[in-house]
Write a protein that binds this ligand. Structure first.
Ligand code: C2O
Ligand code: CU
Ligand code: CU
Length: 469
């Protein structure tokens, strides 16, 4: 491990030790058994109307049997927990109708998608109970895995915790011919990582106190695609795993139990220029990463994949005893030219504040009635994110994919050189990103920037900006 990476890792481990170990006696801890089959979210169906793909999402209450018998009250989209995977292609024209069948208001935000403010699903796109909101989107996006979740002011953390989140897969022509595993659910496997805690009745135990508010809500039970301690069976060949950190507050350091190597091929909003060989990577709330693992050498074996911060196994992988198919991974993936050689004409600073019960950005707490920044459309800007607080914060920006320029004046990490929409800013670190917005957002439906620890976002660590020509 390079020294720099080691520094990052150790600063995280200190940060992780700041997480309170929850001592509530009612929390059920399950024995690690890994017998439940990994669920794969279904792909959302659509109907075609005048060349537009129309999707219908119903946000609703549900019940889930997470704990072998106890029924947990949940929220889900077209189901009991989580939602279907929306799979589209660059240049598709789509409409998503979101029906709110809850007893409370919600919104639905397309995290990572470049859409105009009025379709972004931010806190101003309120959907009242028994109402339907429609988002019209012209997909303008590189192949990537984005996701969707509510963005209800002050309630995002709880609504996501209850189960509202889904994947948004984008394909494009550039990547069609790149030799990467792409059979959904078979050799191209989405993995939504989440953690939860339960009370003695088997109900979710969300925010309890000031500590949860400041540290974010973490749980002692780990779910992947809504399944506790799952097992997945794969062929002895190259397998692609697409990770979403869909947890409210937990940061993962993902790795195989025996530190087997793999290749990271994509980050949040695009493939990487080249595959990057790694034995672990950090994934903060809101971030995505795609890896390709060569299982051809493991026919008939069982491997475990987990989190080095919490020191927990998350997934058991059983490799079938069939004939191994060797992996061929291209050495080059894509060129990302959007920010290549572009000079920024403006710089903005965002100071992440977390001290003595105050969560904010630039010494201000989120206010729906205040526009914090006015940005010019299509202009390249440097956004400097400064974290003087004692813990890392994943900073997320709506309406764009950005490029990381530097971390404390040094180059971005090698697995961060694709397009990003969320960047983890470590304690005492300054990160600079090059950003630009191709679509408009007005005062009625401005874009957001915020910490993606959902309790921080709900607690005021968020700001609003407009984009105009
Ligand atoms: Cu994933 Cu503003 O959110
Ligand atoms: Cu977002
Ligand atoms: Cu934060």
């Amino acid at each position: 491990m390079k020294r720099r990476d080691f520094v990052k890792l150790s600063s995280l481990i200190t940060a992780a030790s700041l997480y309170p170990q929850n001592s509530d006696a009612n929390i059920i801890t399950l024995k690690k058994s890994f017998t439940k089959k990994l669920a794969i979210p279904s792909v959302a169906e659509y109907k075609e109307e005048d060349g537009i793909k129309v999707y219908d999402l119903s946000v609703q209450e549900g019940k889930m049997d997470f704990l072998n018998g106890a029924k947990t009250s949940t929220y889900g989209i077209n189901g009991n927990f989580l939602g279907p995977t929306i799979r589209v292609k660059d240049r598709d024209r789509i409409r998503i109708n979101v029906a709110n069948n809850l007893k409370e208001t919600t919104t639905m935000h397309w995290h990572g998608l470049r859409v105009k403010g009025s379709s972004d699903g931010g806190p101003h796109n309120i959907i009242n109970p028994n109402e339907t909101w429609s988002a019209d989107i012209n997909i303008d996006q590189k192949a990537s895995m984005c996701w969707y979740h509510p963005h209800t002011i002050g309630k995002t953390g709880r609504q996501v915790f209850m189960g509202l989140a889904g994947l948004f897969l984008i394909d494009d022509d550039d990547t069609k011919n790149i030799d990467l595993p792409n059979t959904y659910g078979v050799d191209d496997i989405p993995l939504v990582l989440q953690d939860r805690r339960f009370d003695s009745h088997g109900e979710f135990l969300y925010k309890q106190n000031m500590m949860d508010e400041m540290m974010g809500v973490t749980g002692n039970i780990h779910l992947i695609n809504g399944v506790i301690d799952p097992v997945v069976e794969v062929e002895p060949k190259a397998i692609r795993f697409r990770f979403l950190n869909g947890s409210n507050a937990r940061i993962y350091n993902l790795m195989f139990e025996k530190q087997d190597k793999f290749f990271q091929v994509a980050g949040d909003s695009s493939l990487l220029p080249t595959p990057v060989k790694l034995s672990n990577f950090i994934l903060a709330p809101g971030e995505r990463a795609e890896i390709v693992v060569d299982f051809s050498k493991y026919a008939g074996k069982t491997l475990y994949f987990g989190d080095g911060i919490d020191k927990r196994i998350l997934l058991k992988i059983v490799v079938k005893k069939s004939k191994p198919q060797p992996m061929k991974l291209p050495s080059k993936l894509i060129t990302i030219d959007e920010y290549e050689g572009k000079k920024a004409t403006n710089t903005r600073e965002f100071r992440l504040n977390m001290s003595m019960g105050f969560l904010g950005i630039n010494e201000k707490q989120m206010d729906m009635n205040r526009i914090d920044e006015k940005v010019k459309k299509n202009r390249f800007e440097i956004w400097r994110i400064v974290n003087h607080s004692p813990r890392p914060h994943p900073f997320h920006v709506h309406g764009t994919g950005f490029s990381i320029i530097s971390r404390d004046g040094k180059k971005a990490l090698i697995n961060e050189r694709g397009l990003k929409d969320t960047v983890l800013v470590y304690s005492r670190e300054t990160v600079e990103i090059l950003v630009r917005f191709k679509y408009e957002a007005d005062v009625n439906t401005p874009y957001m920037y915020h910490c993606h620890i959902l309790e921080h976002e709900d607690g005021g660590m968020m700001g609003q900006f407009t984009v105009k020509a």
